[in-house]
Design a protein around this ligand. Structure first.
Ligand SMILES: Cc1cc2nc3c(=O)[nH]c(=O)nc-3n(C[C@H](O)[C@H](O)[C@H](O)COP(=O)(O)OP(=O)(O)OC[C@H]3O[C@@H](n4cnc5c(N)ncnc54)[C@H](O)[C@@H]3O)c2cc1C
Length: 442
């Protein structure tokens, strides 16, 4: 057992853990941040391969998102390029221009006149619609009432997948989709040299304000309750701490805490469904078809983007980093091999001859894009309950954070927000423990 007792031990140095560490340490708490991996960042890390920076699948920062505001508040300013609108819309028969403006929609050969009118009405209406007014409906239910034409409906589903990275219209709350779609209208950035630069800046900030950040430390158990808690590491070390904040997925935290299925953590695990995607990350010597830098498929859940068209991601200026992605559905079991073939065929269609230009590639068959889909039920619960899902009330001193938390944000933004919110909650709770203790002594 190590002698020192920490105020808060944080499990996981992804965006949620790093954010919480900075807020807690700068408020004067003794913070220990333990990361299993050999580097910081979790799913926001970047790999450098042959002079090319590959994020873990396509990663974009929402210009008006809560995450960027939090980063600025913490003194971190990502260096990034803004994505310019434009690209291709692929159908089974043809490759069209992506209709992202009223004029583009008008001249698109992809939709009937009736569908164009319907889409124009829909896109104008939803840019102003209050997302909360449709939170009680699934995307499918809402879309059924809002759009009749098949291609018009498919187009909105493609935009919904693009904004939310999910392909579960029968579960996801329409309110979440609309909020995220509206956010994406404000624009997105691709980060120069990848998201690792943001992660490293956050890590440096955490260390500056006094957090003890350690990599290569796998937590294997969480025991006890506030203020006598223990975190056990894989090498057998036991760490004494008043509080534990876990940013591992709810199911991993359930195992670490050895919780009962009927406990709050058990119920949470039943409720939270992760969202997965298949990612093909590719670096090429040059782009065979330089006119196509971005594409969506109308009928299939495919995405393509040349991120180096916007951000500096290669040491050699001619080289390019592409991300090709399939949004996996929560209901369907899919084959990793077939998904890879589909992604490669999509790339063949957009960039014929790409294999001759290959520098390096990486295939991630089933990566969790977010650890929890904001379903109608979870969004409703989050509005109605006073105690958030992140406070494990049947295990005082145990807290949770991560991108699975339902707040007004999604994806990385949800991770940053949950990290900030739980840090604020822990500080308030510690303060009330302190006043109770001093009050009792008086
Ligand atoms: C393919 C893909 C594309 C994405 N695109 C976007 C995008 O365009 N825009 C966007 O905003 N978001 C995007 N995201 C989502 C974003 O990357 C995540 O929401 C965010 O990185 C999650 O941060 P987190 O801290 O919640 O979780 P994680 O990054 O998973 O961090 C949890 C950390 O805990 C550590 N850990 C787990 N168990 C233990 C243990 N027992 N002991 C010690 N450490 C442990 C893990 O190693 C990990 O580092 C994308 C994600 C993926 C996968």
């Amino acid at each position: 057992m190590e002698k020192k007792k920490w105020d808060i031990t944080i499990i996981g140095a992804g965006l949620a853990g790093l954010t919480a560490a900075v807020y807690l340490a700068q408020a004067g708490k003794q913070v220990l941040l333990l990361e299993h991996g050999s580097r910081l960042g979790g799913r926001a890390a970047t790999d450098e391969q042959n002079g090319c920076f590959l994020n873990i699948g396509p990663h974009a920062v929402y210009k008006n998102g809560a995450g960027l505001q939090i980063l600025h508040e913490l003194g971190v300013a990502p260096s990034a390029g803004e994505l310019k609108l434009g690209g291709r819309l692929v159908t089974e028969e043809k490759i069209h221009d992506l209709p992202l403006t009223a004029f583009g929609l008008l001249k698109s050969g992809c939709f009937s006149f009736k569908e164009k009118a319907e889409l124009a009405r829909l896109l104008t209406k939803i840019s102003k619609l209050n997302p909360q007014s449709v939170e009680h409906l699934t995307l499918q239910e809402w879309l059924h009432g809002a759009v009749k034409g098949k291609n018009a409906r498919n187009f909105f589903l493609a935009l919904a997948r693009l904004s939310t990275y999910s392909n579960s219209p029968m579960q996801i709350s329409a309110g979440t989709v609309l909020r995220q779609y509206q956010l994406s209208l404000g624009g997105v950035y691709y980060v120069h040299e990848g998201w690792q630069t943001v992660v490293n800046a956050l890590g440096e900030r955490a260390a500056q304000v006094g957090a003890n950040v350690q990599t290569g430390k796998k937590v294997t158990a969480i025991r006890g309750t506030h203020p006598e808690m223990t975190v056990q590491l894989a090498d057998g070390t036991e760490i004494a701490t008043r509080n534990v904040l876990s940013t591992a997925s709810p199911s991993k935290t359930f195992e670490l805490a050895d919780a009962k299925p009927t406990s709050q953590l058990g119920v949470l695990c039943d409720r939270v469904t992760p969202v997965y995607g298949a990612a093909l990350d590719v670096a090429l010597r040059r782009l065979p078809n330089p006119g196509t830098n971005f594409a969506l498929h109308l009928e299939r859940p495919y995405y393509f983007s040349n991120h180096s068209h916007t951000a500096r991601l290669t040491q050699n200026r001619n080289h390019v980093v592409l991300h090709i992605f399939k949004y996996l559905s929560a209901q369907e079991e899919t084959s990793a091999k077939r998904n890879r073939q589909e992604l490669e065929s999509f790339l063949d269609q957009l960039q014929p001859g790409w294999r001759n230009e290959l520098i390096t590639s990486r295939y991630l068959p089933r990566i969790a894009v977010t650890n929890g889909l904001p379903t109608v039920e979870r969004v409703r619960n989050a509005r109605q309950t006073e105690v958030p899902e992140t406070v494990v009330s049947d295990c005082p001193g145990l807290y949770l954070a991560g991108d699975w938390v339902v707040n007004e944000s999604l994806l990385a933004d949800a991770a940053y927000v949950s990290g900030k919110e739980i840090a604020t909650h822990i500080l308030r709770t510690e303060m009330s423990h302190l006043s109770l203790a001093t009050g009792a002594r008086c």
